[in-house]
Ligand binder design. Structure first.
Ligand code: PLP
Length: 459
């Protein structure tokens, strides 16, 4: 058994020694030390030594209800008592029928069908392939291209990676990725056009029209975007008119709009679906993470009537599918999560607590010389760190500020989701704060205190 990293550090043992060397697991990062999680309870995780961690990001924005919620555990067990699996090419199951209804009832108009998968990347792959298949059905077989944005992340499988704009994750796989243009992000703090939000004209949305015309509208099948960008830039909230203009451009050129709500969906941003806050209806909407809140792996693509109707009326099937799609345990967990959220009014809580968290962070860090921007919606909050606040100059990438901050916070018993999204063509430093919707106000206060302490210790 390897002893905890922080204890080793205190003893002055080199960080290289902090590896779990007695293992057959191929870790995400073999040079990191991973404590063994022993149990979870509400907003807290405990390792095998009993150390307590305030989980302020639900891993990668997954655990929206906190840990070990008895109602969800009971629902999964009950499903297990009836049937664990039946292949969806042979059977449907009551849990997926119910979950599909619950998801589509809460979705913007026309998104009346749920295609279940096992995670976010699969949801995105399904949406992109469905866009292609739709245009083939419509007699437009040249349409295949999916345009994405810089500063975006849609998953690590090859198609999703190709649509995303995270250059670090893409780098060595470039030769394996389909080639399509990417457009400017809607990044008001670092506007790619050097404009101010009050007088901007949303040039970043217009960039989509440029890219479609450059590629040839006859080739472009879809545009994909996260309503509020998560993993590459830390909760980038777009200009209020951005998505309305995007929708107009998509309609003008017969391009489907895919909203990737893998992070933002299911209450995270203070509404069931974040895109609703921008007044547009996408053609498809991808979900995962908060869908079963970490209890079971699951994902879904919500699909508009007009796409599904095209397949039905032409008596064609969508040639796709995964073994575990519509898995009864995942669906039962999803149903229980939504019921729990309704009972405890958690969407509303996410919105209110999110406002409170933003206010507390502004109060504690608003004038901090190395905090450039604090932003977000609901309990989906991002902080951008800078070497110089006035010039917005990022820290030197070699400092790996976000990584050191994560480790310092972890030692202090606080789990946050750091990232090195791109800033002016090089790595920047951000952190995502996305605590469970059940976090108490006292725990929110503790979160801010531990975060400020960790930032100060990192500098
Ligand atoms: N899309 C978005 C917006 C994400 O943030 C992620 C993961 O962080 C994905 C897709 C990929 O999801 P998964 O890791 O479940 O494949």
């Amino acid at each position: 058994m390897v002893e905890p990293a922080q204890r080793r550090k205190r003893r002055g043992v080199s960080p290289e020694a902090d590896v779990n060397d007695d293992t057959h697991v191929f870790y995400r990062n073999p040079f990191s030390y991973y404590p063994t999680v022993a149990r979870g309870d509400g907003a807290y995780l405990y390792d095998e030594y009993g150390k307590r961690y305030l989980d302020a990001c639900g891993g990668a924005v997954v655990s929206s209800l906190g840990h070990s919620v008895p109602e969800v555990v009971a629902a999964i067990k009950e499903q297990l008592d009836h049937v664990e699996f039946a292949h969806t090419s042979q059977f449907t199951n009551a849990a997926q029928e119910k979950l599909a209804r619950m998801l589509t009832d809460r979705a913007p108009g026309g998104l009346n069908h749920a295609y279940f998968v096992s995670g976010g990347s699969e949801a995105v792959e399904s949406a992109m392939k469905l866009a292609r298949a739709y245009w083939v059905q419509m007699g437009r077989p040249d349409k295949w291209m999916v345009i994405g944005r810089d500063q975006s992340y849609h998953g690590n499988t090859l198609g999703a990676l190709a649509a995303g704009g995270n250059r670090w994750r893409r780098a060595i796989y470039e030769p394996m990725l389909f080639k399509a243009p990417r457009v400017a992000p809607c990044f008001c703090y670092r506007c790619p056009y050097d404009k101010k939000p009050e007088s901007c004209g949303i040039d970043c949305a217009e960039d989509l029209e440029r890219a479609i015309l450059e590629a040839g509208p006859e080739k472009v099948a879809a545009f994909i975007a996260e309503p509020i960008v998560g993993a590459t830039a830390g909760a980038l909230v777009p200009h209020p008119d951005y998505f309305r203009r995007i929708r107009e451009i998509c309609d003008k050129y017969d391009v489907l709009f895919i909203a990737d709500e893998v992070m933002t969906g299911l209450g995270r941003c203070g509404s069931w679906y974040a895109i609703r806050q921008f007044g547009v209806v996408p053609d498809m909407l991808c979900l995962a993470k908060g869908l079963a809140a970490g209890f079971v792996p699951v994902g879904a693509t919500l699909v508009h009537d007009r796409i599904v109707d095209t397949f039905s009326s032409r008596r064609h099937i969508f040639q796709h599918g995964h073994t575990y799609m519509g898995h009864p345990l995942a669906a039962a967990a999803g149903v229980a999560v939504i019921e729990y959220m309704e009972t405890h009014r958690l969407v509303e809580k996410s919105r209110k607590l999110g406002d409170e968290l933003l206010a507390r962070l502004h109060e504690a860090l608003g004038e901090h010389p190395h905090v450039g921007d604090i932003r977000g919606r609901g309990l989906f909050v991002g902080i951008e760190f800078v070497a110089d606040r006035d010039s917005k100059t990022p820290f030197e990438p070699e400092l790996a500020f976000h990584r050191v901050l994560r480790e310092t916070a972890f030692d202090n018993g606080l789990v946050i989701y750091p990232m090195g999204g791109t800033v002016d063509g090089r790595r920047g430093d951000h952190a995502l704060i996305a605590p469970p919707f059940v976090i108490t106000r006292a725990q929110l206060g503790r979160l801010v205190t531990l975060l400020v302490k960790s930032i100060d210790q990192t500098l």
